[in-house]
Write a protein that binds this ligand. Structure first.
Ligand code: THU
Length: 146
């Protein structure tokens, strides 16, 4: 994909980053998702005085995407840090719920350093709804045989 095609996504993530509510960590993160229809949704991290209630930028962007009824095509994350940040473990699981393993994820610093990865690289061996479907099928099978 040409580099140019990420520029709108970077702008949306940067704009979202400026809205971060991060008075405790002071670590402002913005995320933007290009959806299957080409539209862009974004999110910022929202912290809470009860620290554990914090929601990352990536998950808030996913929430905005779900609200639009879309699926992700590409994910961009922006931070003001010396190196790009990868999504946290919780966000990887949430991304894997909606995104195919091939979906590109890029994280960038304000200076322009970029980390390029994919949802599958970030979370190999992901737990998914497939396991629950299989378990349900096994239960049905067993009860039929009884
Ligand atoms: N954070 C994100 O929003 N995304 C990431 O990928 C890493 C961490 C937020 C959560 C918290 O508000 C702050 O960064 C410090 O952990």
């Amino acid at each position: 994909m040409p580099e140019r095609s990420w520029s709108k996504l970077w702008s949306a993530a940067e704009k979202a980053r400026r809205k971060a509510h991060a008075p405790y960590s002071k670590f402002h993160v913005g995320a933007a998702i290009e959806c299957d229809d080409g539209s862009i949704v974004s999110g910022c991290n929202v912290e809470n005085a009860s620290y554990g209630l914090t929601v990352c930028a990536e998950r808030n962007a996913i929430g905005a995407m779900v609200l639009q009824g879309r699926t992700p095509r590409r994910v961009a994350i922006v931070v003001d840090h010396s190196r790009p940040v990868p999504p946290c473990g919780v966000c990887r699981q949430v991304l894997a719920e909606f995104a195919d393993p091939e979906v590109p994820v890029r994280s960038r610093t304000l200076k322009g350093d970029v980390l390029e990865t994919t949802v599958g690289e970030l979370l190999p061996f992901a737990f998914s709804g497939d396991f629950l479907d299989e378990a349900e099928a096994t239960r049905r099978d067993r009860s039929k045989r009884r």
